[in-house]
Design a protein around this ligand. Structure first.
Ligand SMILES: Nc1ncnc2c1ncn2[C@@H]1O[C@H](COP(=O)(O)OP(=O)(O)OP(=O)(O)O)[C@@H](O)[C@H]1O
Length: 556
């Protein structure tokens, strides 16, 4: 992931890195000049002052350029990551997304993105300071190769300790990153379960103490431990620096004739080098944290692969038929080690027909609807549209034939269809009046004026959108369950027949047995199997598996 971002902004990164390196080199040159000025007795002071001034100017300018470029890089990385993840989420197979869960996606889009973007803030600090330290070492080698060799030995020793600490710390940061995904799910429960938490004190206390607080604590503990290991290793590095300075000043240099002069030179280099070294040691953990987040984002986006080709805008041909042949879908419940199997199911749908899908809770009605509309690809069997088989290459195209209102439907504030023409507001408001919502909400500039409505009213808004979308096949999953009796009548007696008259194919998942007689066809499911299929128009009736389960009287 980091590599991808680095590749995306290669030129900017190269320029920023170049500016950082120039900054590091100029800083070391400045040091060399200070050292020379302190120890030399030369008479060309004016020339030295001029060179010093030019170098100082370069230090300032290169720092400014590097900082601005890296800030731009950080912001760009942040926005690119967000767009990248959002696009992957949009394109991902629906089932993958269901399995991944909203909390992990939220966590990737917010916290992990921020941490990766921070890499671009710590990167220039690391780069500049690495150059300063390297420059100081070169300067040291210039002063004495023995000291230089000792410095290399200390760096090697320090790096080994740092590497061992790194392995340990990363393990804990990984655990914290995983727990953070759970934490985001609990944060959602804070708002989604606001009513339940207020109504039940024990539940509220248990949720806060045993779930939320525990998770917050776990993230804190793991992250603190991981970062403490890094800080401890940074202190170890710090100690080594001072041990090195002591060794050089009191043992290596010894009692030489020019001791004061040599000591002044070394002292200056050391004092100058300590700051950058500390900054280096403290910023490397931040880069590591970014790497952990980048790995996490990669893992998440990897599990959101898309097996389908996306559809370009196409005009849909008239719907003639949709056929399901021996389609099958399984859900595996890992915790319970249980499998729910839907199918194999054979079905055919035609335009201008109202089909009711009925059956007990958990019998598989919604799952069948998801298979029918192409949200789930069949694990076995096939689906064909107008005689043409549907596969990964045309499933997105196939889905464009449907408008659905599932029980967990989502309303977008804007009417996002692109080809509504200029009269969108007018048509939207006419439909709002038709669905008795004209006093509650309006369509203005292609958007609803409010979505703060009752659940029944929100479902009517979803129906407005369904009318506007004007797709050939409509699927209503217990749409009327939240409607008052008067509007239920309107839905079943007026709206459904009107849609049928428009030539739409309609699948209504319903428990409203008072209206079953209005259907052209009734399907009943039980335990993932279609056990009853009755078509009124042709008066054909098929009891598909166990005839004793349903009697024709129950649906006619
Ligand atoms: N996303 C999912 N992941 C795993 N299992 C699921 C998922 N959705 C549904 N199931 C399981 O599949 C079975 C059928 O569920 P489905 O929602 O299709 O039933 P339904 O007939 O629509 O029920 P209801 O009338 O209560 O809405 C259930 O036993 C449920 O546990």
């Amino acid at each position: 992931m980091l590599k991808y971002l680095i590749n995306q902004s290669k030129l900017l990164l190269l320029s920023a890195s170049f500016a950082s390196i120039v900054h590091g080199i100029c800083s070391v040159l400045l040091l060399a000049q200070i050292s020379e000025a302190l120890t030399s007795t030369a008479s060309d002071q004016d020339e030295m002052a001029l060179i010093f001034a030019v170098t100082a100017l370069c230090v300032m300018l290169s720092y400014m350029v590097a900082a601005i470029l890296f800030e731009r890089l950080g912001q760009r990385a942040h926005s690119e990551l967000r767009s990248f993840i959002a696009q992957r989420v949009i394109a991902a197979d629906y089932r993958q997304l269901e399995q991944l869960g909203a909390a992990r996606v939220q966590s990737a889009l917010s916290e992990h993105c921020t941490r990766v973007a921070e890499f671009f803030v710590s990167f220039p600090v690391i780069l500049t300071n690495a150059v300063v330290v390297a420059g100081c070492l070169v300067y040291m080698a210039f002063l004495s190769w023995q000291v230089f060799l000792l410095a290399l030995a200390v760096i090697g020793f320090g790096s080994l300790g740092y590497h061992l600490a790194h392995l340990r710390a990363i393990k804990h940061l990984d655990i914290a990153a995983q727990e953070q995904d759970n934490l985001f799910a609990y944060f959602r429960s804070l708002t989604d379960g606001a009513k339940e938490l207020r109504l039940n004190r024990d539940k509220r206390t248990a949720f806060y103490d045993d779930v939320l607080k525990r998770s917050i604590e776990k993230v804190r503990k793991e992250r603190t431990f991981g970062m403490s290991v890094f800080v401890a290793s940074a202190s170890w590095g710090n100690f080594l620096i001072y041990a090195f300075i002591g060794l050089v000043l009191f043992l290596l240099v010894g009692d030489v004739p020019d001791r004061t002069l040599i000591m002044t030179g070394y002292a200056l280099v050391f004092v100058y080098m300590v700051g950058p070294l500390e900054a280096l040691l403290l910023n490397i953990p931040r880069a590591n944290l970014a790497q952990v987040s980048a790995n996490h984002i990669e893992e998440i986006t990897h599990s959101m692969f898309s097996s389908e080709s996306q559809t370009d805008k196409t005009d849909l041909p008239p719907l003639q038929s949709i056929a399901l042949q021996r389609v099958l879908h399984r859900y595996y419940h890992e915790q319970k080690d249980e499998m729910f199997t839907l199918g194999p199911i054979d079905l055919q749908f035609c335009p201008g027909e109202i089909t009711f899908l009925i059956g007990g809770n958990g019998s598989g009605k919604t799952t069948l609807a998801k298979l029918l509309v192409g949200l789930y690809p069949p694990e076995e069997g096939s689906i064909s549209l107008n005689g043409k088989a549907i596969d990964d290459t045309n499933r997105d195209y196939y889905r464009q034939f449907f408008t659905t209102i599932f029980s967990d439907f989502h309303l977008f504030e804007r009417l996002l269809e692109t080809d509504h023409g200029n009269d969108l507001d007018q048509r939207g408001n006419q439909l709002l009046a038709k669905l008795h919502l004209q006093n509650k909400v309006k369509v203005q500039d292609g958007a609803f004026t409010t979505l703060t409505l009752s659940q029944g009213q929100r479902k009517r808004l979803a129906l407005v959108i369904a009318y506007l979308e004007n797709r050939p096949f409509l699927v209503f999953d217990e749409w009327a369950a939240d409607q008052d009796p008067a509007f239920k009548e309107i839905f079943y007696y007026e709206l459904l027949p009107e849609l049928r008259a428009m030539g739409k194919a309609i699948l209504v998942i319903s428990h409203d047995d008072r209206y079953f007689h209005l259907a052209d066809r009734v399907l009943r499911m039980e335990n993932g199997r279609l056990i009853f299929d009755h078509r009124k128009a042709t008066n054909t009736q098929a009891e598909i598996t166990t005839p004793s389960v349903v009697t024709a009287n129950s649906v006619t």
